[in-house]
Design a protein around this ligand. Structure first.
Ligand SMILES: *Cc1c(COP(=O)(O)O)cnc(C)c1O
Length: 639
């Protein structure tokens, strides 16, 4: 009789990994079961399989891991942001404009800033600089005098001089005052150079927002002026007859604000400040709402920290609607709206691709039958066998408790030397076997005991990936950030193994063991069994924001290769740029070793070994070559 098995389909994979939910239209599955990137091109929608891109990268001589950037995705995010504001302003009768800036700190990589300014030029999309180094980048990269440069952060006289001088070249450089001490320096430098500044003030809002960075927006945030400080700044400017230089009001609620209500509340409060500053006689004209526009990393569309309960159009519509409401009521002219969206602008365009090197499966070891129990079998072990023998749907909870109890007992006996290593190993295998059997039986019961919920998720394999969490996904380690993770091929096959991911640092924190799920997080994900003759590739998605410069050299695993592609209308792609990752010798120099000296030292050791007759001259040459080849190698696992 033929069984009526429902065949696994690509659509099932799409469900399991939620790609349609978090993919924002950029990522989907092909009928072949591969992840594709989908973008708009001049002649319509084009899509390319990530596996094809990996093949192309490998053919060019780069191994995994690779950070892949897709330029069209970055372009499209900038377009979407600008178009969405334009549309919302039109539909609410807003009489000002929108003109965004990209905060450099979110991804300072030259190639990203080049693309943001190149493509952004059509919208006069500008840059936000939070330090002198970032201002230096901004002044050189900005393409049009119409684009804004917003300067936040601590500003010393040198910083201010540089900004003022570019103002005299016709560029719009705003100095945002974050602390009261900055104003006197700005006034002093402005007078000395005879150049009038464009001044902004950053306020602390009393409304607080949820999310990781919630403390940077509210009353006790470390940045921004309190209401009384705002009043002081206004008075001071008026005293110096400089109130006409006060042009911009700024706040930043913090990054990744998941709840649209918090965004509305902040805009409303800010609009009140703005109106009153106009009432004070400042010309104003610019309202900068900072960053905070969130990314839905788990695809749940909720106000969970890794998600957001609004889409881009709702964000822009809400911002504009609230502004129109408050400003019209007081008959205040509509300012140019600026936002400093970083995360949402770049997150989608980068992904980390790597191969799986090895797997440790959740499988109990060999368990010999003991029926009847051997006479020398310790009692606790015999009890463990008994638990397994009596296990049934009716006593799952009881057997679970007993198994845990006996395993503890056996561990104690082992510690006291009453049980040998082999017996302890047998007990551990029995325990794993019992848990696995319970997990199978759980599927047959209607009401799963609370304690046993999620048991299935806990029985996972460990997949070892060719990457470093610390270098490529620092937020996974530092703030438990969730990123979408999934295989990029074989998605027409059912993934049958539950797994967590370990990186190659061997550090106990070098792992990904929390994954997005629709209403929650889950402790493991489904992956396919490895096939002997085939690489298995995974992708970690939406990693374009904040990951690249926070990464560190844990275990001296360095920068990965970076490859930028542009997808073409016919579904092909051009490799726009390849940046080779760090070699071993590169990372050694970062920690102040001199690679030449290291080779020299090793050469001495070899020579000594030849002298002592431990190796031959021919061996010496081979060893030296191996050492030097090691120096030139990639810091990751090379096949
Ligand atoms: C970090 C930062 C941003 C970027 O925030 P996102 O949430 O990434 O858009 C914007 N403005 C300021 C002042 C920041 O410090």
């Amino acid at each position: 009789m033929k069984e009526m098995l429902k065949r696994w389909s690509v659509a099932d994979s799409a469900n399991v990994y939620g790609i349609k939910e978090w993919g924002a239209g950029y990522f989907d599955l092909s009928s072949k079961g591969e992840v594709v990137v989908r973008v708009e091109t001049e002649s319509g929608i084009a899509e390319t399989s990530l596996l094809d891109i990996i093949r192309g990268i490998e053919d060019r001589g780069f191994g995994m891991p690779v950070l892949l950037r897709v330029e069209n995705v970055l372009d499209q995010q900038i377009s979407r942001l600008n178009e969405s504001f334009r549309q919302s302003m039109k539909s609410f009768g807003y009489r000002g404009r929108y003109q965004g800036v990209f905060p450099i700190k979110v991804n300072q990589q030259a190639q990203v800033i080049e693309e943001v300014t190149r493509f952004g030029a059509r919208f006069n999309h500008g840059l936000e600089a939070g330090s002198k180094a970032e201002l230096v980048i901004a002044l050189s990269m900005i393409q049009s005098t119409e684009s804004f440069i917003v300067c936040n952060g601590y500003k010393d006289p040198e910083f201010i001089d540089l900004g003022l001088q570019t103002t005299s070249m016709g560029y719009k450089v705003f100095f945002v005052i974050e602390t009261p001490t900055e104003l006197p320096i700005i006034l002093e430098r402005s007078e000395a150079l005879g150049i009038e500044p464009l001044i902004g003030i950053r306020i602390k809002l009393s409304s607080r927002a949820g999310g990781h960075w919630q403390d940077s927006g509210g009353d006790n945030s470390i940045f921004g002026l309190t209401t009384s400080q705002v009043v002081e700044v206004v008075d001071r400017l008026r005293e110096h007859d400089m109130l006409h230089c006060l042009r911009l009001l700024h706040y930043h609620l913090g990054s990744q604000i998941p709840n649209i209500r918090d965004i509305r509340t902040a805009v409303r409060e800010t609009a009140r400040y703005y109106s009153d500053l106009v009432g004070e006689g400042a010309p104003m004209g610019y309202l900068d709402l900072g960053g905070g526009l969130a990314v839905d990393y788990d695809g749940s569309q909720t106000n969970f920290v890794h998600s957001k309960n609004y889409n881009l159009d709702e964000y822009t519509a809400d911002v504009v609607e609230v502004l129109v409401g408050v400003l019209n009521e007081r008959e205040i002219p509509h300012p140019t709206v600026i936002t400093e969206s970083g995360r949402a602008t770049v997150a989608y365009s980068s992904m980390l691709l790597f191969n799986i090197l090895d797997v440790t499966q959740y499988t109990p070891g060999f368990i010999p039958e003991q029926e009847p129990p051997a006479p020398d079998l310790p009692e606790s072990l015999a009890n463990m066998y008994e638990v397994r023998r009596t296990l049934s749907v009716r006593n799952l909870q009881e057997c679970y408790n007993d198994a845990i109890y006996y395993r503890e007992e056996i561990r104690e006996e082992f510690e006291h030397g009453n049980i040998a290593l082999r017996q302890r190993a047998l007990a551990d295998s029995l325990f794993m076997d019992i848990i696995q059997r319970i997990a199978v039986l759980l599927k047959k019961v209607k009401r799963v005991p609370r304690e046993l919920e999620g048991l299935q998720e806990g029985l996972y394999d460990i997949y070892y990936g060719n990457f470093s969490v610390f270098q490529s996904l620092p937020d996974v380690w530092a703030i438990d950030q969730i990123f979408p993770v999934m295989p990029i091929h074989r998605l027409d096959q059912e993934p049958l193994r539950r797994a967590i991911l370990a990186d190659i640092t061997c550090d106990s924190d070098g792992k990904i063991d929390t994954f997005g799920a629709v209403h929650d997080v889950q402790k493991s994900i489904l992956l396919h069994e490895l096939q002997d003759d085939q690489e298995y590739y995974l992708g970690v998605f939406l990693v374009g924001a904040y990951q690249e410069t926070l990464g560190d050299l844990h275990n001296l695993l360095g920068d990965t290769h970076v490859v930028s592609v542009r997808i073409k209308a016919d579904g092909g792609f051009d490799v726009v740029r390849e940046i080779e990752g760090d070699s071993i010798s590169d990372v050694l120099s970062y920690v102040e070793y001199n690679p030449k000296t290291l080779v020299e030292n090793f050469r001495h050791k070899l020579e000594q070994a030849v002298r002592d007759g431990r190796i031959s001259v021919a061996q010496r040459r081979k060893l030296l070559q191996a050492y030097e080849a090691g120096m030139r190698g990639y810091t990751y696992y090379e096949r």
